[in-house]
Design a protein around this ligand. Sequence first.
Ligand SMILES: [Fe+2]
Length: 352
Amino acid sequence: MKRFLCPYHLWSYDLDGRLRGVLREQENVVSSPDKEGLSLLPVSVDCFGGFLFLNPDPEAAPLLEYLGQEVADLLEPYHLDEMVTVLDVREALNCNWKVVMDAFEEGYHISGIHPQLLRVIMIDPANSRYKFFDEHSVSMAPFEVADAEKYGPEEQVEGILELPETFPSVQAALPRFRELVASYRDDKGELNFPEGVTARTLLQRATRETLSGMGLDLSGLTDAQMSDNHGWVLFPNFFMTVRAGEATVIKAEPHPDGDPNRCVWHIVSVMWLPEEHRGAFEAEPIEVTEPGSFKYFLALQQDYEQMPRQQAGLRNRRLESMSLVEEEVVIAHYHSVIDRYLAGASRGAGDE
Ligand SMILES: [Fe+2]
């Protein structure tokens, strides 16, 4: 029978947290009524989208109530709970956990930190879409070859073919994408897209056909959701970028040593795969103990290197406030929720 065993004094607990075994119990006068009061501290746990959520508050509202039905309904058509974990990495970082959240809540830094993404994420604030909930939010920037109208079809196609470097699961749709592209070449091999067809629409078609062909039900997702990543912030520390067939979650926690200049991030990528392939792709959890020894995929590696620099800047004692621009509206919303929680916190939240 499985139990929790404290390695220090060898007390053991049932999986529901009740104290069961006490070393030399008779000699240490732990009578059974006392044992009742010596259970592990309970925490609230619940599942959503295949993820286990934990709340240290045993009085926490049910998870679904906290997330809200609208959030649940918007995420349901992705079938996250059917996806398999293909990357699972935890590493301590030299920054506050909120620096991690901030880093994924805006695309304003893409030009500076992720120039490679400029080909596929259109930096046009007019085309970004946001939806704010009480605590949570979702944002979307079209997954489109930047300035597609300025580029010819060949450049658009090249942009898409470079995607797997940053979005590995695009790989699966590329064979069909190449076929579709080939069907628009004339006798001389020249590529011509008719009105309404772009590399983006072909990627969307290839993605829908490929994933549906493998057995994923995409009936609840729009064509835009075949290609566009939606960035979800589930307050307080769960960021997820999701599109048809894949998602990457970035979760940030305060560092267990209590230093507000440190945190632990946890990167989990999930991918939808037919049942027979799931085992082959399932990733084992990796705990990175040697900084820099794990190479994240390109965009994540760039954020990883930036965040400690951001932390150093935040510690500048002359800095009294930070300015945000329009494109960082998600950060503004996120911090307004934090402020709301801090204002309502009656039990002293400590230096976090
Ligand atoms: Fe970034």
